[in-house]
Design a protein around this ligand. Structure first.
Ligand SMILES: *Cc1c(COP(=O)(O)O)cnc(C)c1O
Length: 428
């Protein structure tokens, strides 16, 4: 491919003023090496960097751009809203519009509160769960990532898994002493934990489809077990659908698997590419939130009009379900292509996929939890990642991230990804 000359120069400048040259660690390519392209523009399924190189975008801003970049309805909604104002410090019709769309899509939610990121959503949902139950302990899965709030930065996935930091310096022991972890998809450990201290547990928070250890679908019965065991012990079940909400189906993973959590966290897709998060659930729980109730949670730019407008436009474009049919077809093409490429090369490779979210784990036959994921061949992944970049494919720069497709991807885009993988893997 062509050079990354301007990207390299810009990253050198960036590293003087931004830690690691970035505003979110995974963007710095530490797990795979090399210089990250510095992006200048995007359209549909393609990104363009500062040197003019074109990439098929398999990152999609880590999930939000399910319609591709600059999707026509989203751009139109944003342009219209720009003419009216970008923040008012008071209620708007747009918040009601997006809230109604979200609640209609997810029957477990009667009410919703908008925030500015997934991190804020999970942090606030935990506060609510602790207030509602009068208990302090929370349970999460190892390798599960729920944003970077102190209490949840324990054995987390995503950037934390990539950097190999168990939690983080600066997180006080007191903030995590009530956070318990269990392996994903491990029924026995969860049963034992609840049997032992169920009456002290406020909530279990889980990605219904894990996405931040790479994509790991729930085993048959796993989510039902979590639903049953939390209910049985008076704890809340929180689905962190920041990644999966409106991504795997219009009704999220909860719709796909038919499980109703007590609280749901959302982000990414519901903002149409703008910063947003949300949490919600049953009315009696949500009415504990200020100003209806005593649980404090606030935000200067929460429910931001631009984000609300973009979110409404995105959800309207997804609503009739046609997008998910297309995403399923593209996802299947990609998964089959990658599987065939690995088979052909005689390399074990678990290709985990739900709809348009996917991870190939090189060097392993099956990945059902974080321990399995960590056995993947990270060196081989880094080589493949580098080849993808050279060939014009922007793939998440870590084995422990899911790749995404958008409705703007074409068969030719998918084939570019597969062809490069086939070529690189065949070299052994
Ligand atoms: C991305 C993500 C978050 C964090 O969202 P931010 O907007 O980055 O704070 C939380 N949970 C899950 C499952 C995510 O994928």
């Amino acid at each position: 491919m062509t050079s990354l000359e301007r990207s390299r120069a810009l990253m050198q400048r960036a590293e003087r003023v931004l830690p690691g040259g970035v505003d979110s660690p995974v963007r710095a390519f530490r797990a795979v090496g090399g210089t990250p392209p510095v992006f200048a523009s995007a359209q549909g399924a393609h990104l363009r960097d500062e040197d003019g190189n074109d990439y098929v975008d398999m990152v999609l801003a880590y999930g939000p751009h399910i319609l591709g970049h600059r999707a026509t309805p989203v751009v139109a909604a944003l342009e219209a809203q720009l003419q009216r104002g970008t923040a008012f410090g008071g209620p708007t019709a747009l918040e009601v519009e997006l809230a109604e769309r979200v609640i209609n899509a997810l029957p477990s939610m009667d009410m919703v509160r908008f925030v500015n990121s997934g991190t804020e959503a999970t942090m606030s949902a935990l506060r609510l769960a602790r207030a509602a139950t009068g208990r302090e302990r929370i349970v999460k899965c190892s390798g599960g990532y729920h944003g970077h709030a102190d209490a949840l930065l324990v054995d987390a996935g995503s950037g934390v898994a990539t950097l190999g930091i168990p939690g983080s310096p600066g997180v006080p022991v007191g903030a995590v002493q009530d956070t318990l972890t269990v392996p994903y998809n491990d029924a026995d450990t969860v049963r034992a934990l609840f049997a032992q201290q169920g009456e002290r547990i406020a909530a279990m928070i889980v990605e219904p489809i894990a996405g931040n250890m790479g994509c790991v679908p729930p085993r048959e019965g796993w989510l039902q077990l979590l639903r049953d065991i939390t209910r049985q012990h008076g704890a809340l079940l929180i689905f962190d659908e920041v990644m999966t909400g409106f991504r795997v189906a219009y009704g999220g993973a909860q719709g796909l698997y038919g499980i109703e959590p007590d609280l749901t966290c959302l982000g990414k897709v519901i903002g149409g590419g703008l910063p947003v998060g949300a949490y919600g659930g049953r009315r009696e729980l949500m009415e504990l939130i200020a100003p209806s109730g005593p649980v404090y949670q606030a935000g200067t730019l929460s429910g931001n009009p631009l984000a609300m407008a973009a979110g409404c436009a995105a959800l309207d474009a997804l609503r009739d379900g046609a997008a998910y049919d297309r995403l399923e077809r593209l996802g299947d093409r990609l998964a089959q292509g990658l599987r065939a490429a690995a088979d052909e090369a005689g390399i074990p490779c678990a290709v985990n996929r739900v709809g348009s979210m996917l991870t190939p784990f090189l060097g392993v036959d099956a990945v059902e939890n974080y321990e399995d994921a960590k056995r993947a061949d990270l060196q081989r992944f880094a080589t493949l990642h580098g080849a993808w970049l050279d060939g014009g494919v922007f793939w998440p720069p870590s084995q422990f991230e899911a790749a995404f497709l958008s409705t703007a991807h074409s068969d030719a885009d998918v084939d570019r990804v597969v062809d490069i993988a086939a070529r690189v893997l065949s070299r052994g």
